[in-house]
Ligand binder design. Structure first.
Ligand code: ARG
Length: 275
């Protein structure tokens, strides 16, 4: 089996410095020491699972750089760099691009004016790219990628501002198997998921609000924010072990386990076929 590789960025300059989603409150802020400890616990849990964790250099003034999932989309050694919807996050792109150039990836950009927020909004389940649009990414960006990669793309509208990225309400586990929060999609989106993914595990709203869908999958282990007991039980019955890591300091920015990671070698659930 190959060694899973994940990109993370230490939270040295993490904080709530602006408000670009309903979870963020500058008045409430985040507690730096607690955040550092929680991030470290996630890092340790991944290393204990045999993951090779690569680290980016944190930068002052870029509090959301910790959310490496949004850097872009990985496909083999190609890195499709995000075009962030918000100017606050657009400033991260040069640093992500620099890291990927320096680590042997070919860095590619989407057409000008097309927003796209990487693995936050585009996730492979089997050979198909499931894509969330409207709040952060444009459907046009997803279609562009489908053409370039010659893969089927299924764009789904995200209808609840709390679940503004696809990875807050959908998580592929394996080809044909995923977790999702049904109410984050409209009836069409739910049908798309149900028709293309035979084993779908729904998450209840109270746990979705704690970012239960924002999970990191390594083999048969699923790492998620603490407290998703119902999901843990459902995963156990589906043959997965759930590991809780407390990540509430990051939920204050609208992110959790998955957002803090970017799988560099392709997700376990992805089946890219001949590339
Ligand atoms: N504050 C960040 C933002 O609003 C959080 C990003 C969370 N990342 C994710 N993949 N859902 O952009």
């Amino acid at each position: 089996m190959r060694t899973p590789r994940i990109l993370m960025c230490p939270p040295d300059f993490y904080g709530i410095e602006y408000e670009i989603n309903p979870w963020m409150s500058r008045a409430r802020g985040a507690a730096p020491d607690r955040a550092r400890q929680q991030w470290r616990n996630l890092y340790d849990a991944l290393v204990a699972l045999g993951v090779q964790v690569e680290l980016m250099t944190p930068r002052p003034g870029l509090p959301d750089l910790v959310f490496t999932a949004n850097a872009g989309l990985i496909f083999g050694n190609r890195f499709f760099s995000s075009r962030f919807a918000h100017p606050e996050r657009q400033r991260e792109t040069p640093y992500f691009d620099e890291w990927f150039v320096g680590h042997g990836f070919s860095v590619e950009h989407l057409p000008e004016g097309v927003y796209f927020e990487g693995a936050g909004d585009a996730l492979f389940c089997g050979p198909t790219l499931f894509a969330g649009y409207r709040i952060r990414s444009h459907a046009a960006g997803h279609l562009h990628l489908g053409n370039v990669l010659e893969r089927m793309v299924l764009p789904m509208e995200l209808v609840d501002e709390r679940f503004y990225h696809l990875d807050t309400c959908f998580c592929p586990l394996a080809p044909g198997e995923a977790i999702y929060f049904p109410d984050a999609f409209d009836a069409y989106g739910r049908t798309v998921l149900q028709q293309h993914i035979p084993k779908l595990i729904p998450v209840v709203e109270t746990e979705a609000e704690r970012f239960a869908c924002n999970a990191v999958v390594v083999g048969k282990t699923v790492i998620v924010n603490a407290g998703s007991d119902q999901l843990a039980e459902d995963l156990r019955r589906a043959g997965y072990a759930c590991q809780f890591v407390e990540l509430d300091e990051f939920i204050k920015a609208g992110g959790s386990a998955k957002c803090l990671t970017l799988r560099l070698d392709g997700e376990d659930a992805a089946d890219w076929g001949d590339m």
